[in-house]
Design a protein around this ligand. Structure first.
Ligand SMILES: [Zn+2]
Length: 441
């Protein structure tokens, strides 16, 4: 029988990670004689949800096991969840759901909504009851949402892979010893089959996270072979406890499903809007750039925050009249100031002419004339010529921005954001075959 195991919200800022729990369970489930029918799935949910854990990532393991083994499988899963959850953290509310059989369409729909918007815990519980799933929710049990959503997102459309390697306990919290030069060599050798290994501008290595969690590194790519080969190229100067290849919705824009009218934007929902730039972009304290966009139904401030680096230069170069498509997450701005759209992506659809007005040139000597006052015409300072009928000259400036799609640099991208290099490389479906080496041990 097919068994789908969803897990979520076991991590806390102090350490722990749901993907690590997934990797532990891979070893334990294989030892029990179950057979994996898919790579472990890492499902990123709506990154704008107000209660999200750091990456808002949930995990699903899909295995085949003999009916008589099911009880033991459930026991191992619930035990491992309890042992490895940081229950002392107030905002950690672990959940595990076990579904037997095919994934019902209702659960798939629930997953779509958890990725593109908000869902309630009660909805998850109602679905779990309806399909007779086994479930364990610790503390408030909010993790049941992600656990069920991970089961429901079967990744039959675009998807990517991530090889995640984990540290031994004594090294957690210490500096990660991965040779940076080897990361750059790996990046050169494997791109575009891997992505976001490094940030080209700052030369920062992106495959190693910061913080105390057990993740040593993660390599993202288009195929399981590509991330495995990239991993072999790295020089790692600390022991690796385990690693596993996940199949995931990272880098697919899965959260950005719907174009909204500005009037319909809802806080905490990802959205795509199309509209016209209404004012000169303004730079506010902290270096954030604000773009006011309207679409006839309403107006909204779109924000490019300081960490988005040069992306802000593109935003700053826009002028009123430009037509744009903005991708992002809707944030409450607080104190009743309406909402802000946090820009994840910007498409410049149409550039308006950028016009400036200049005083006319003197027809006699060629010098720029000066105004004699409102409606009084112009005078040349050099030769004294006066022209009452002369008007300002309209000058159309060359635009320094082009129509096209713009993204923040890799270091500022969300897990779900589809990088530029992935356009045209979308993966379709999954053939059910796993490569030989997709996990260790
Ligand atoms: Zn003159």
């Amino acid at each position: 029988m097919k068994v789908h195991i969803g897990l979520d919200d076991t991590d806390s800022p102090r350490g722990g990670c749901t993907t690590y729990l997934g990797a532990l369970l891979v070893e334990r489930l294989l030892a029990m004689g179950t057979e994996f029918i898919d790579y472990p799935n890492l499902i990123r949910l709506n990154p704008n949800a107000p209660w999200k854990t750091r990456g808002n990532g949930a995990v699903c393991l899909r295995v085949r096991c003999p009916p008589e083994a099911l009880e033991k499988v459930e026991e191992v899963i619930f035990e491992t969840l309890e042992e490895n959850s940081d229950l002392t953290c107030k905002n950690t509310n672990p959940g595990a759901v076990i579904h037997v059989g095919d994934v019902p369409p209702e659960v798939r729909k629930f997953a779509r909504r958890a990725i593109t918007g908000l869902v309630e815990l009660e909805e998850a519980i109602a679905l779990i009851r309806r399909f007779g799933d086994s479930a364990l929710g610790l503390k408030e049990g909010r993790g049941l949402i992600g656990a069920l959503a991970a089961i429901g997102e079967v990744l039959d459309g675009d998807h990517t892979y991530e090889l995640l390697a984990y540290r031994t306990p004594e090294n957690r919290g210490k500096r990660r010893r991965v040779d940076a030069d080897s990361v750059f060599r790996m990046d050169d050798a494997t791109r575009p089959l891997t992505f976001n290994n490094v940030d080209p501008q700052t030369r920062r290595v992106l495959i190693t996270p910061r913080g105390p969690d057990p993740v040593l590194l993660g390599i993202r790519g288009e195929t399981p072979e590509a991330v495995y080969e990239a991993f072999q190229m790295l020089i790692v100067e600390e022991p690796i406890e385990r690693w596993v290849i996940y199949r995931t919705n990272q880098g697919t824009d899965a959260h950005l499903a719907n174009v909204s009218r500005i009037a319909d934007l809802r806080p905490h929902y990802p959205a795509i809007i199309e509209g016209t730039v209404l004012e000169e972009p303004r730079t506010i304290q902290g270096g954030h750039v604000i773009l006011r966009v309207g679409d006839g139904s309403g107006e909204v401030d779109c924000a490019a925050y300081e960490p988005t680096g040069d992306f802000r230069r593109v935003v700053r170069s826009l002028v009123p009249g430009d037509v744009v498509r903005v991708y992002g997450g809707v944030r409450l701005r607080g104190e009743g100031h309406g909402v802000t759209l946090n820009m994840e992506k910007l498409e410049v659809l149409h550039l308006a002419p950028k016009v400036v007005y200049e005083n006319p040139l003197c027809p006699r000597c060629g010098r720029r004339m000066e105004s004699m006052g409102r409606g009084q015409g112009y005078r040349c300072r050099r030769c004294g010529l006066r022209r009452r009928d002369a008007g300002k000259r309209e000058v159309v400036l060359k635009r320094e921005v082009r129509e096209g799609l713009y993204l923040p640099p890799p270091r500022a991208q969300r897990h779900l954001t589809k990088p530029l290099q992935r356009y045209g490389r979308e993966n379709r479906g999954f053939n059910g075959c796993l490569i030989d080496r997709w996990h260790y041990p």
